[in-house]
Design a protein around this ligand. Sequence first.
Ligand SMILES: C[S@@+](CC[C@H](N)C(=O)[O-])C[C@H]1O[C@@H](n2cnc3c(N)ncnc32)[C@H](O)[C@@H]1O
Length: 209
Amino acid sequence: MASIPQLWQRSLLPPVLDRVMSRAIFAPLRAEATALAQGRVLEIGIGSGLNLGHYPRSLHSVVGVDPSLPLLQRAHRRAAWMAFPVHLCQGWAERLPIADQSVDVVVSTWTLCSVADPAKVLEEVRRVLVPDGLFCFCEHGLSPDPATATWQRRLTPCWKCLAGGCRLDSAHDRLIEAAGFRIARLRAERLIPDPAVLAWHQLGVATIR
Ligand SMILES: C[S@@+](CC[C@H](N)C(=O)[O-])C[C@H]1O[C@@H](n2cnc3c(N)ncnc32)[C@H](O)[C@@H]1O
């Protein structure tokens, strides 16, 4: 029999995530994060496919990778309405089932915070991107306000258990640059009003250095 944490992760968290991530407050951020998508796009941690409706209709294709089957089932339903082909596969961004230099744009929205090994994921993103490819991201992370940052660090162990591995205290710009990217454009600000521990975001575009 499944334990309560297993039941939460497998059955209850996916519909909750879909509901929370569907909030209207995220829609303009999704539109901004996907605006430069063109050609062959890979979305890591595609979840329930909430970015699909924001991509330019002229895309060649989208491949979406996510470990959660219940979220991928929801993404399948959204993919059916798209003007471009969408291929969804169960997998982990730390080991992408994608050939080297075969993708024009990689998109990550609220995913880097949840992966187990962000450095490995960014190494994979670099591997699959063409040399002049773009990495477009929108992630919540470590606040520059020391009091908020302290709370983010305190709450992360508990929050990770509740929210599918999500960390509150990741410094995504540092991780992205350490992985060999140059951040070409960055909005680092409170992009949602509250709660404070989730409000600070980094929305940007990086290229391979
Ligand atoms: C907060 S949700 C965001 C979902 C989606 N990107 C969005 O914008 O709505 C985090 C997503 O990361 C996925 N995820 C967690 N670990 C992952 C990994 N190692 N590789 C790829 N995706 C992962 C989860 O299954 C979930 O779909």
